[in-house]
Design a protein around this ligand. Structure first.
Ligand code: PLP
Length: 388
């Protein structure tokens, strides 16, 4: 058996040790310290957002954003349906009710059309959502101009879930800097990692100061431990922030590596009948966190499931596209707005989509192993009697 090729493993630069050692030498082994402060400043300078707070996960950052927006029991929050469950879980932590919005075909992200329909109905029911969580899937920015204009029209703040899109840009502006709040994740599988961690950014400096208070157990300024409201323990460790600082220095290299991997897949696989790669919207630059593509079964004569099985048999970690949240047992019965009555985009992407190994430290030989199996399986499928 050949060694395993992972979907998106961590990729250290080698400089992380230096920051970790410094933390040890100065005994800053705490959920605050010079690395945390510096990491926040560096994210501010990279994204152009005015303020940032480093936290324990991307999920925690979304939770803080909802808390800052006053989301509470009985409220509604709209959220992209085609995403990882962490985008929506914090809505439920707050006792609020998620409403899922379908994708559109050009970015695979939130459909402005479906969002408008949802908001129109919400106005009529007298229940506007407290926030809209827009996800940038696999690094591709959602249609920010359209979505922001709709949100502004209804005066509903946007939370940009940029967990997968650090290093991407939309019309020259950094991903994550569009909403009232932006969130990033430094989980082990993301484009850069601190092993686990996240960041909340905003142009609203006071809101981030408030987030700092909430994320440190909401401790009132008193010498004795006094608390007037409910807080959280969400700050990032000074050791992990050190890893993040070294990782951020190589972010551009990581983006280039992942884009190179995408281009190599594209060159080798896009000619196969029925294979369609995730598009890149004009005037955007995606970090290509994961190379994603769909397979039209009537052209390719193969189901994604079969291809996934063959790749896995060969010790290659490939995955289906996220299962839409409106199809999750956890969210049974939750309201959902399709792109179009007759076009459920996220469902189609889930049924036909596949993510290929895209780690920035994947070697060319490893990638060729993936490509060879992919081609072999597809070529074989085309020679046999129709399965459809
Ligand atoms: C990874 C991810 C998150 C959650 O980030 P964690 O740091 O793992 O909590 C949220 N949203 C999306 C879209 C993600 O991919």
């Amino acid at each position: 058996m050949q060694p395993k090729i992972f979907l998106s493993p961590p990729h250290m630069s080698g400089n992380e040790h230096q920051y970790i050692m410094e933390a040890f030498e100065t005994n800053w082994i705490a959920p605050l310290g010079p690395n945390v402060d510096a990491f926040e400043k560096e994210i501010v300078s990279y994204t152009g957002a005015r303020e940032a707070i480093a936290v324990s996960s991307g999920t925690a950052a979304i939770h803080l954003a909802l808390s800052l927006l006053g989301v509470t029991k009985g409220d509604r929050v709209f959220c992209s349906s085609l995403t990882f469950v962490a985008s929506a879980n914090p809505i439920v932590y707050q006792g609020a009710e998620p409403v899922f919005i379908d994708s559109e075909p050009e970015t695979w992200n939130m459909s402005p059309k479906a969002l408008v329909r949802g908001l129109k109905e919400a106005v009529m029911a007298g229940r506007l959502p407290k926030a809209v969580i827009v996800v940038n899937l696999y690094g591709q920015s959602a249609k920010m101009d359209e979505l922001l204009s709709v949100c502004n029209q209804y005066d509903v703040p946007m939370i940009e879930d940029a967990a997968e899109s650090l290093g991407s840009s939309y019309k020259g502006k950094a991903s994550g800097s569009f909403g009232k709040f932006g969130i990033f994740s430094f989980n082990g599988n993301k484009i850069i990692t601190t092993s686990g961690g996240g960041m909340l950014v905003s142009n609203d400096i006071e809101a981030i100061q408030r987030a700092r208070f909430l994320a440190t157990q909401a401790r009132d300024p008193a010498p004795h431990y006094q608390h007037s409201i409910l807080g959280y323990n969400y700050r990032m460790s000074n050791i992990l922030a050190g890893i993040g600082r070294a990782q951020l220095q190589v972010l551009e290299d990581r983006v280039e590596a992942r884009r190179r991997i995408y281009n190599h897949y594209y060159r080798e696989l896009s000619q196969i009948p029925g294979v369609h790669f995730m598009p890149e919207l004009e005037n955007t630059r995606t970090n290509r966190w994961l190379t994603a593509l769909t397979i039209k079964v009537d052209e390719a004569n193969i189901f994604v499931k079969q291809l996934l099985a063959s790749l896995n048999e060969n010790n290659i970690e490939a995955r289906p596209v996220w299962k839409p949240l409106h199809l999750q047992p956890l969210f049974q019965g939750v309201k959902y707005y399709p792109h179009d009555e007759n076009e459920h985009v996220a469902e189609r992407l889930f049924q036909t989509g596949i993510c290929l190994p895209s780690g920035s430290n994947m070697t060319e030989d490893e990638q060729n192993r993936v490509i060879d199996i992919f081609k072999e399986v597809c070529e074989e499928a085309l020679t046999i009697e129709g399965i459809v």
